[in-house]
Design a protein around this ligand. Sequence first.
Ligand code: ADP
Ligand code: MG
Length: 257
Amino acid sequence: MAKIFCIANQKGGVGKTTTSVNLAAGLAQIGQRVLVVDLDPQGNATMGSGIDKRQLELTVYDVLLESASIAEARQRSDKAGYDVIGANRELAGAEVELVQLERRDQRLKAALASVAGDYDFVLIDCPPSLSLLTLNGLCAAHGVVVPMQCEYFALEGLSDLVNTIKQVHANLNPELQIIGLLRVMFDARITLQQQVSEQLKAHFGEKVFNTVIPRNVRLAEAPSYGLPGVVFDPQSKGALAFVEFAREMVVRIESLR
Ligand code: ADP
Ligand code: MG
């Protein structure tokens, strides 16, 4: 049965999408069956997996409004090695439409139940907000992976996310937990980053993943080729780090099974 994870952080540009597609590609590379759900109307995870968001007939929008099933809406990314439920600008309207519907926060969970046997991992790339879309992700998930940059304000932003996760855990999804914090875009030469990294470990202990994702330009270049960095340049430092992270995730979730 699939284990479902949100890649979430309400800040934009912190590496959520990069983590989603590269963790997915890394997991695929070590033999895991993976589905990526793009929950961001920007559709970056869709494009970064080599699927043209403008050509999609069915997206996560149709899944949330129950006009399509996951099985109907999923696309195979052959190069990346995993399946994708795509998103595009249409999804921005879903927020308003969902508000009026029943079980508005449980739609994704219900849809994913029908394909739980098809995958080992479902990774949900969340938008940069704590919106109804993100709430659908959090209600569907077993856990949250939080990518973060080791910057001065990083810890401050984290408390809002941690509080939201606690609320969802208490009221909507008792299974939900933080799986771990992933340090991304890390530059060991910058003293401040090392200091924040130490603070993170002091505060969150084992919840901080051992793997650190370095700042690596190949990871930033890959999306323009419609590929995760792990596939675009497998020997780059960024790609190797994400495959390492995929291995760490597999080990870490053993304890959840
Ligand atoms: P989010 O989804 O949180 O908005 P993205 O994953 O889109 O963040 O990353 C923001 C920007 O940073 C993108 O241009 C991406 O290519 C770049 N980026 C992400 N991770 C790295 C990294 N480890 N090294 C270099 N650039 C990165
Ligand atoms: Mg993104």
